[in-house]
Design a protein. Structure first.
Length: 112
C-alpha cells in the first residue's frame, strides 16, 4: 500500500520465483486469455476483499474461490468473481447482523 497525493494505492503481485511465469499460471487458473482480463479480474477481486484497504487473506480467499471453479473461459471466470463477491458480501452482512446491538435489529435478524 502506498500514498499518492493523499490517496491510497494498492499493488498486487504474484508470489513466484519467476514473476512472468507466475502471471501466466494465474491467468490460466482464472481462464484469462489476455492481460487486460487478468488485470480486471484481480481488480474486481481486490474490491471484493476491500474493507478500507485490500486484505491479503480475503483477496487470496476470493481468488481461491474463482480458481477452484477451474473456469474454462472468461465468462466462467466472471461468474466465479460474482459468486465470490456475493458470498463474501453475504458473510459480512451476517456478521453485522450477529453483532446488532438494538432489539429492533435483532428482531429483524430473527424474522420478526
Amino acid at each position: 500500500m502506498s500514498e499518492d497525493g493523499g490517496s491510497r494505492i494498492a499493488s498486487l503481485a504474484v508470489d513466484h520465483p519467476d514473476p512472468a511465469l507466475g502471471y501466466e499460471l494465474l491467468a490460466e487458473a482464472v481462464g484469462a486469455d489476455n492481460g487486460t482480463f487478468l488485470a480486471g479480474t484481480l481488480d474486481s477481486l481486490a474490491k471484493v476483499a476491500q474493507v478500507g484497504s485490500v486484505r491479503e487473506g480475503e483477496m487470496n480467499y476470493a481468488l481461491s474461490m474463482v480458481c477452484g471453479l477451474r473456469p474454462k473461459d472468461q465468462i466462467e471466470a466472471t461468474l466465479g468473481v460474482q459468486m465470490a463477491a456475493i458470498h463474501m458480501a453475504t458473510m459480512n452482512a451476517a456478521m453485522c447482523m450477529g453483532q446488532a446491538k438494538t432489539w429492533e435489529l435483532k428482531d429483524r435478524k430473527n424474522g420478526h
